[in-house]
Design a protein around this ligand. Sequence first.
Ligand code: ADP
Ligand code: MG
Length: 696
Amino acid sequence: MTIRCLPQRLSREDVDRPLVEVLPELARSVGVLGRLGISTPRDALFHLPFRYDDFSELRPLAELVPDEKQSARVRVDSVKVEKGFGRRPQRVVAMLSDGSGSAEAVWFGRRFVERRIKAGDELVVSGRVASSGWRTGFVSPEFSPVGHDSVHTARIVPVYRLAGGITQRRVRELLARIVERISPLVDDPLLPAERGTLVGLSEALRTVHFPEDAEDVAPALDRLAFDELLALQLTLAQARATRDALGAPPIQVSEEIREAIEAALPFTLTADQAGAIREIAADLAHERPMRRLLQGDVGSGKTAVAAAALAMAVRSGWQGALMAPTEILARQHQAGLAPLLDTLGVRSEFLAGSLRASERRRLHAAIEAGEVDVVIGTHAVISEAVAFARLGLAVVDEQHRFGVAQRAALQAKGIALEPHVLALTATPIPRTLALAFYGDLAISTIRELPPGRQPIRTEVRDRSALANIEAFLADEARGGRQTFVVVPLITESAALTAASAEAEVERLRSRLPELRIGLVHGQQPASERQAAMAAFADGELDLLVATTVVEVGIDVPNASVMLIEDAERFGLAQLHQLRGRVGRGAHRSFCILLSDATDAIARRRLEVIRSTADGFQIAEADLALRGAGNLIGTAQAGLPPLRVASLFEPRHVRLAERARALAEELVARDPDLSARPGLARMREDFAPLEEEGDVA
Ligand code: ADP
Ligand code: MG
């Protein structure tokens, strides 16, 4: 006979069993939890809050501050329901008081609040305070009876990612029950020596959901960040170990070959280019497959380095491949590289999914027969059934679009030897981040631009200078030059961004009637956008108003001015990339950062762009100025999507270094981690979310 009213005794295995079996009392919530991707207690524990509201301090009503989230302990003096009419929703208004004064609380819509509170109740209310005219009050606050231990009020309250039809209250209540019952059962996958001073996993999970004290949150998040980083570093360390075990073709690049290649190039290499080529040559000679990242600003001459690397492989008897993430980029490479490769006596061919089947078959056969030296193309180069006779080096452009998964795919291609891989990127990554997060790559850096580039003069101006700026644009147009005007990104809405671009076109047309002005934005049909871009490129427009779509790959050497409106709204990396659209021809070029921002950080960020053209320096400065936030966007930088760890948190960068060292050690000792199942599971716990969900 079972005694059914006693709560089930739970064991550590229950953490990974179906939630209904473990906590049958939650049976009615299974649907809700499922929509959040939660089917086991462990899933629930790793459904982490993305921010907190600190309602822990109780404020006297007389001291409420508008526009802040606050808590108060109050008495309800009256409750009344005000009917809605027309478009105005129904409101429930409660008058509240405490020893210090009074305030009101308002809830909108049919929320049935009036059934849950009445005059005379003692409540704790928590929520945003707004003031309108002489009245100050709470807007749609959470509330609970005094003395009732609530998870919604008078504490640090977690805020979770939701799914359709689920309320924050419901998720919070469910998680409170699950966390209370389950978090003590979670095994710590780290040994005490590995953990060091980090908080234990059970405690970290409990604290991250329901912190007792604001100060406990950071150490708890640090622990989870470490696990997430370790999971990533384990993946990288295992990939590296498998790859190293396979071995690569040792490509001996003789001094003669190197000199012949340098002599064939139409210019003298910069010292940084030559250095990168030397580093690559040294790597190629190893039987350990090269994994090298070549970073250098747009225009720094990465293509020449890639061409030299490919030529070194080919002249030493191997084939090469160059892959770009899109067909357009691949074609640009084809156009830029083929002449260089030709000069070097290297036979190259273009391969992409869009080629006719017969043409693709012919190419495949030629590649397999070793009649093609270098294949330039899209992913098709690796993903299609292309069998190279002797692939020695693969060059991957725009590394940031090739995540960890793609790097692994290249390796999975069933050839006897691993090719050496060189990845190119124009997005500078601060060194600390690169080492910590790209743990499996060696790095070459080109800092110095080829000689003879026109420096771009950058100025910060406010709107009072607009008339002067417009006169300047008209002057440039009379001189035959062209201008980009980039309008601010309105983050809430692409439609609003487009609307502001249209309004700006109207304004400029009326201010500068003699100029031919065009428009591109992301909401236009692609054909219209391409037509406008082409007209600008052909010199049929003097001025192009654009949202940030111009960032990607438009090359108009005759454009001499980049005017960026509300420049403070853009990331520094973005401003730097935008500025790189001018100064590409022989003309003196200008970048004008228009901004009325007055806050100190915004001014300092713009000053960074004004004072330096060095993308690396900009990235380092951005990192230093941000602390937390979204500098380049992890996706743009090609960094793996992280849920807890922050790339902008120096503490986490140090944790990443520690995780990297530990991962190396663990994989060296036990390559498939078979003795440590908890470590394997860590990867699932931190699998990237579909949507963004940063933990504050
Ligand atoms: P990116 O790094 O953006 O790929 P590219 O390789 O396309 O830059 O080089 C930009 C331009 O600079 C090209 O026109 C290229 O021919 C030229 N270039 C590259 N290296 C040198 C050099 N050492 N001296 C002079 N011009 C160079
Ligand atoms: Mg390039």
